[in-house]
Design a protein. Structure first.
Lengths: 315, 254
């Protein structure tokens, strides 16, 4: 097991190094698109890591997590359209709006279990999706172009692609670190205990519901931040960002990479988005290849890429 | 006699046409080990579920430590000192043994909105957990994943988790279920020891254990108390023998 654990360490270091070097590789090869896709991967990895907190550690299979990508993105887009470009306003609004939505959705949906929970989170996300398509002042179906990226007064220039990339990467590292602390804290053990056996946790004296709601809000909030990044990255936000298929992508990333593992969702985000790029080069019908591949992972490698590297799921 | 620690008054519970609790009353005095016996389908499990708070009675009341807990949710009852151990193993199987007990300690250590420091390295949680494991003889198994324990060890772990809180009453639902003779004997020893410290309501099938341990026995049949009293009296009760102890009609008079 020790060697396998080392394989995982090596993988984390290699992936970390590769991510850190992306802007230099892009510069050296003159391939600007490389940095575009890398930035997207890193942002989606933040969203996937946040989903893993509730889906993996908490056992709450939210099928509406992309909603917060949209909420965070629209917060930035709508404020920009209103002439408010300051990131010091946009980002806190994106985060707080996501938190507020997650709180309401969490309070209502966490009263249910299993398939009902999946369906209710999906229904909420689709509701928000349709509300966004109805926002005619903000592009409706077509979405909203953002003409200036968030301004942080000379502190950091997001229109510089390498700078923006490193900001995203730093935020991904911070997210992984926060989740690591969280899942090993009293709070984290509690929500994992509730995943394992909620009835027992209540019999031990834990009012589990309120803790699960808080976990749900934390995950939504982090994903809202990813949404703000995504809007800045694409200079655009549209309802498509929170379509249920995007929520499905996030679930695939978590499962493909390794549920309940710290770095799994990062591996998963890289694997899915790279495969998507590579396969869509080969054929228009790339999903025909991706589908069976995902099936194989689910059938034969339950703990995903991280599992193949010998990572043990925590507790 | 002092005021009872647990007082169940006129509990009624029906599931459709099935009467699970029929005007059921019983009490547990401080320091007492009160056993509840009864044939299968006597409503023992329903009684436990109502005491624990997982099932609401149709009518009647449950008082614990001087307050009415009939409508309190499960976790609030635990925090009053009503510690429950389950008949069917209900553990966090994918956690280590000590994690299970440390979570029981954590439930008593204030709120758990603590997001940053590593709970597995917190001596305030780990030391009491180890102590509880030592009491039931599982200290050497502390770091094993719970699903790998034997059935008997699971029963011991259940007890350790009940002890890890600050229990006033242990509500033990068939702690001997599925144990071999040797494990049963060890469990009886453990219960005998716990009895000196805690009040216990013991739901149990194992008659030898019940008669060896109980201060008082209540017999349930079809959700109704048909007799309640000291072990000698229950042993002598003809109706009880017929209903439960399996003694044939003629022999009961001998």
């Amino acid at each position: 097991m020790k060697q396998l654990a080392n394989a995982r360490l090596v993988a984390v270091v290699l992936v970390g190094a590769a991510l850190a070097l992306q802007p230099l590789i892009a510069l050296a090869t003159g391939n600007g698109f490389l940095l575009v896709i890398s930035t997207r991967i890193v942002i989606m990895a933040i969203a996937a890591v946040s989903l893993n907190l509730i889906l993996g550690y908490g056992g709450m299979v939210s099928f509406g997590h992309a909603a917060y990508l949209g909420i965070g993105g629209y917060a930035v887009g709508i404020l920009a359209q209103s002439g408010i470009y300051s990131g010091f306003v946009q980002w806190p609004v994106a985060i707080l709006a996501s938190a507020a939505f997650a709180l309401v959705i969490g309070i209502l949906s966490l009263r249910t279990r299993g398939v009902y929970f999946i369906m209710i989170t999906l229904a909420f996300a689709q509701m928000i999706y349709y509300v966004a398509t109805g926002l005619d002042d903000y592009g409706g179906d077509d979405g909203l172009t953002i003409y200036r990226r968030s301004q942080f007064g000379g502190l950091i220039d997001l229109s510089n692609k390498a700078v923006f990339y490193y900001l995203c990467l730093a935020l991904l590292a911070a997210t992984v670190f926060v989740i690591w602390r969280l899942v090993n804290s009293r709070f984290g053990l509690l929500i994992q205990g509730a995943r394992s056996n909620d009835r027992r946790m209540q019999a031990l004296g834990f009012p589990t519901y309120r803790y699960r709601v808080v976990a749900f809000v934390i995950a939504g909030t982090i994903c809202g931040l990813a949404g703000a990044l995504l809007a800045n990255h694409t200079d655009f936000i549209s309802p498509a960002a929170m379509h249920w298929m995007r929520s499905g992508d996030l679930i695939v990333m978590v499962i493909l990479g390794g549920i309940r593992s710290l770095f799994g969702p990062v591996f998963g985000a890289i694997a899915l988005l790279v495969l998507e790029e590579v396969l869509s080069e080969i054929t228009e019908y790339w999903q025909i290849i991706l589908g069976p591949l995902f099936l194989l992972v689910v059938l034969y490698a339950r703990r995903g890429i991280d599992g193949m590297l010998g990572g043990e799921p925590h507790g | 006699m002092a005021e009872p620690l647990l007082e169940v008054v006129a509990l009624n519970k029906r599931f459709g046409g099935v009467v699970a609790s029929d005007d059921l009353s019983l009490d547990v005095a401080p320091g007492e080990l009160h056993a509840v016996i009864g044939p299968n389908g006597a409503g023992k499990t329903t009684l436990v579920s109502q005491l624990a708070g997982e099932v609401r009675p149709d009518s009647g009341s449950i008082r614990f430590a001087g307050r009415d807990i009939t409508r309190l949710p499960v976790h609030r009852r635990t925090m009053l000192g009503l510690a429950q151990s389950f008949q069917i193993t209900t553990l966090l199987l994918d956690f280590s043994v000590i994690d299970n007990v440390a979570l029981a300690v954590q439930a008593w250590a204030g709120h758990s909105f603590r997001f940053w420091s590593n709970a597995r390295l917190d001596p305030a949680l780990r030391q009491p957990a180890l102590a509880a494991l030592a009491r039931v003889g599982l200290q050497d198994r502390a770091h094993v994943i719970t699903s790998r324990l034997s059935h008997g060890e699971h029963r011991q772990l259940e007890i350790a988790m009940a002890l890890a809180g600050r229990p006033r009453l242990l509500l033990l639902d068939e702690p001997m279920a599925g144990l071999g003779p040797e494990e049963s004997a060890r469990m009886v020893e453990l219960l005998r020891e716990l009895k000196r410290e805690f009040s216990i309501l013991l739901i149990e099938h194992d008659m030898d254990a019940v008669f060896a341990l109980a201060d008082r026995i209540t017999v349930l049949v079809y959700g109704r108390v048909i007799d309640s009293g000291e072990p000698e009296r229950i042993r002598a009760n003809v109706e009880v023998q017929r209903a439960y102890l399996g003694v044939p009609r003629g022999a009961a008079h001998g």
